[in-house]
Design a binder for this molecule. Structure first.
Ligand code: URP
Ligand code: ZN
Ligand code: ZN
Ligand code: ZN
Length: 511
């Protein structure tokens, strides 16, 4: 029984929120096309107590089961967003979406799990983790965490070990930008890469050269350019390419896998392509804004419009987005995130006189599934199976939670969407579920509509209505040593044996 209470999200829309258990945990989805990353088939899907218990044609059930008709529609794993920032303190303010409004938005858009970034408190990662445990306590969808590394000492490597072995963390993010706040130097990155490797944790980088960005910003201010366009001009693609290449080379030197977050430029993508071609394990994550938008918005004379597009690395000129889409469709880049990090227009106005003070970040958590469907499947660039791979399955594999997540298989969690390819969606800040008063995709319409979202075996989005249950979202522990670590010991051994001859020679020359 639910003790339903109506709550408002700040955009003024009402939806049903309950704080204790809801029944109706038996659901049959009938007659749809079930899509997994490598296969699609006409089948029914039967769910009981949060788990998928059957996937096959013509499943018969009793009257007590809720039946959803998916004829002519796609039944797919709920989206997993690898990159969000909810309730994040950043650039003198805090993101307007917390775990409640951000997750509600996600569910309304067909995303059923997200991975957020824990920011350490004064460099203390365990304290940061505990703070994020509190922020996420009432979650209504499943979530996991990456943890940022912002300083280095013995305590930090010990904390990384605690987080991996006791707290379900298997990834750490290193910011090569944001000089003076989150940025780390190469010596720290090197220590971090070594520790990640020893723990089986994935190293992630925000790849921009922070020192050069600082210099670029100074140049713009000296030229009298203080508006949002100065943001893009101060940190051009070459600085993203440089940092991506540097991080890739250091990861190769350490021989550990690397994950490049928010790949925004062809420059960075080219470095990833080159490394992958040479056999290096590098994952590239474009985000929806980088795939779909271009930088002309930053030149809009209306500050409220231009400032909403300020994020880092910046949204690039026309051409980069298409190059990233092509790379995603051919497997050079592997999965799509959002970097959902929202600030409303009053918060963005902190940088009215100086683009360096505009809080960096854009929305996307609610829009990602629709925009990728419309742009990439709708155009024929990728198949429905590819769509599932880049929006869900590959994320689950990389963060080692497949096939519990990212699949419609017997035994997987019942995180499922029903998408109608013949229906259409429209995006607006007037109807979205984020608390932000703006939306970078304002006015966009497209084909494809997530009509039903099932999270943890509950129907949470149907008939344009959200029914979320506070506290029903689970923290998903992510174990170390994903498939990306397979074979590393062998390649280390090969490297060591290749050193035997030169070491011998060097020693003989020394005597
Ligand atoms: O502008 C951005 N990307 N804001 C969020 C922080 C980050 O760098 O991911
Ligand atoms: Zn970043
Ligand atoms: Zn444009
Ligand atoms: Zn981010």
């Amino acid at each position: 029984v639910s003790d339903s209470a109506t709550q408002f999200c700040s955009a003024g829309r009402e939806y049903d929120v309950s704080s204790c258990g809801v029944s109706s945990t038996r659901i049959l989805i009938k007659g749809g096309t079930v899509v997994n990353a490598h296969h699609q088939e006409l089948a029914d899907v039967y769910v009981e107590d949060g788990i998928i218990v059957a996937v096959q044609p013509n499943i018969k059930v009793g009257d007590e089961v809720t039946v959803l008709d998916a004829t002519g529609k796609f039944v797919m794993p709920g989206g997993i967003d690898p990159h969000t920032h909810l309730a994040m303190e950043f650039m003198g303010t805090e993101t307007i979406d917390d775990f409640f409004s951000g997750q509600a938005a996600a569910l309304a858009g067909g995303t059923t799990m997200h991975i957020d970034f824990v920011i350490p408190i004064n460099g203390n990662m365990v304290a940061g983790f505990e703070a994020y445990e509190n922020k996420s306590r009432n979650s209504c969808m499943d979530y996991g965490f990456h943890v940022a590394v912002t300083k280095w000492d013995e305590g930090v490597s010990r904390d990384m070990e605690i987080l991996v072995k006791e707290k379900g963390i298997n990834s750490f993010k290193f910011f090569l930008a944001y000089k003076g706040s989150l940025m780390v130097t190469d010596d720290l990155l090197l220590e971090g890469l070594k520790t990640c490797k020893s723990l089986g944790a994935l190293a992630m980088v925000h790849a921009e050269n922070g020192d050069a960005v600082f210099e670029g910003q100074k140049r713009m201010i000296e030229l009298g350019i203080t508006g949002p366009e100065g943001h893009a001009l101060s940190r051009p693609p070459v600085l993203e390419g440089e940092a991506t290449a540097r991080a890739i080379r250091l990861a190769r030197f350490v021989n550990t896998p690397l994950y490049v977050v928010h790949v925004m430029s062809a420059d960075a993508m080219d470095e990833i392509a080159k490394a992958r071609k040479s056999g290096q394990k590098v994952i590239g994550e474009p985000v929806v804004s980088g795939l779909i938008l271009d930088d002309h918005w930053l030149w809009d004379p209306d500050f409220t419009i231009a400032s909403k597009y300020v994020m880092s690395p910046p949204i690039r000129p026309v051409g980069h987005g298409k190059a990233l889409q092509d790379a995603l469709s051919t497997g050079i880049l592997q999965l799509v995130g959002t970097d959902h990090c929202t600030f409303n227009s009053t918060q963005k106005a902190l940088g009215l006189d100086d683009f360096r003070k505009i809080p960096n970040g854009v929305n996307g958590l609610e829009e990602r599934m629709h925009l990728i469907w419309d742009t990439m499947v709708g155009s024929g660039q990728i198949s429905a199976t590819d769509y599932v791979r880049i929006t869900s399955t590959e994320c689950a594999r990389i963060f080692n939670i497949y096939p519990r997540k990212g699949a419609i298989l017997v035994g997987s969690d019942a995180d499922i969407i029903i998408l109608n390819p013949n229906s259409s969606h429209e995006i607006s800040s007037k109807s979205h579920h984020s608390r932000s008063d703006t939306n970078v995709y304002e006015g966009r319409r497209g084909k494809g509509k997530v009509e039903v979202t099932i999270a943890g075996g509950r129907i949470v989005w149907e008939n344009e209505e959200l029914k979320v249950v506070l506290g029903s979202g689970k923290y998903i522990e992510m174990p170390p040593f994903s498939y990306l670590f397979d074979g590393i010991e062998k390649s280390d051994a090969k490297y060591l044996s290749s050193l035997q001859a030169p070491v011998k020679r060097a020693k003989s020359q020394a005597t």
